[in-house]
Design a protein around this ligand. Structure first.
Ligand SMILES: C[S@@+](CC[C@H](N)C(=O)[O-])C[C@H]1O[C@@H](n2cnc3c(N)ncnc32)[C@H](O)[C@@H]1O
Length: 232
């Protein structure tokens, strides 16, 4: 699943170049709703001690988790695009001592077995080359009882709502990105990545097959996005 030759190199280069504009564009194309979705996603990790933020980018998932006083643990951010991580480091300065960053491939993690009791990811399942490899790696580095929570753009179930959403995501959003940034090519890639990404049920079933005893999803905004909750 999700196996496209050279995808990894393409994605790494794309996000490395996009880094300075990434946050601003996210706010614009999601009409600021990404922040609300992130806050909701990270709730599943309150009470955890050491959480791995996969494909962490500029650190918005980590920021959502660390900014809530119900979370007192540490976050290890990992991403293979260094320019994205550098921005995360700046953004998370005030959480110094609770934040660690590492440049790494999410499909081949440089961690020992069962190091983390929580894992999270925002908007990057679609970008992975091999979702099965990712799921196996997350399962490997999570302790038994560890929780994973992954937020991703998804496929709305309702016909009319789906049509509206796809019209926005496939047609309007790349044009908006073209107006607000030099990176319209990147935002033409993103709709394509959703076209080949499986529906929520299949993604949840994949996690269940790849080492998680619990795997379920919750739709947000009628399935425009989904939160996948897994437990090892
Ligand atoms: C859409 S951004 C998401 C960033 C952040 N998680 C967020 O919520 O805004 C995707 C990020 O995933 C990273 N990425 C994609 N595939 C990766 C992989 N195989 N290993 C590590 N990072 C990856 C990219 O470099 C990029 O920073």
């Amino acid at each position: 699943m999700n196996n496209t030759n050279g995808k990894k190199a393409y994605v790494k280069k794309m996000f490395s170049e996009l880094a300075p504009d990434y946050d601003r564009l996210n706010r614009i194309i999601s009409f600021n709703s990404d922040r609300r979705w992130r806050r909701r996603t990270v709730q599943a990790l309150f009470g955890r001690k050491i959480v791995l933020d996969l494909c962490a980018g500029t650190g918005d998932m980590a920021k959502a988790l660390l900014s809530d006083s119900r979370f007192q643990g540490m976050v290890v951010l990992s991403d293979f695009a260094l320019p994205m991580l550098k921005l995360a480091l700046k953004k998370l300065k005030k959480f110094q001592g609770r934040v660690f960053l590492i440049c790494a491939d999410a499909e081949k993690l440089p961690f020992k077995l069962e190091v983390f009791d929580g894992a999270m990811l925002g908007f990057s399942l679609r970008n992975l080359e091999n979702l099965n490899a990712f799921a196996r790696e997350v399962s490997r580095v999570l302790q038994p009882g560890g929780a994973g929570v992954f937020l991703e753009i998804a496929h709305p179930s309702n016909g009319l709502w789906g049509k509206l959403f796809y019209a926005y995501f496939y047609q309007l959003m790349p044009r908006m990105a073209g107006i607000f940034t030099r990176h319209s090519q990147a935002y033409r890639y993103l709709p394509e990545s959703l076209k080949i990404f499986p529906p929520q049920k299949e993604v949840a079933a994949l996690f269940a097959r790849e080492g998680f005893c619990e795997s379920r999803y919750e739709n947000l905004w009628g399935g425009m996005a989904a939160i996948y909750n897994v437990k090892k």
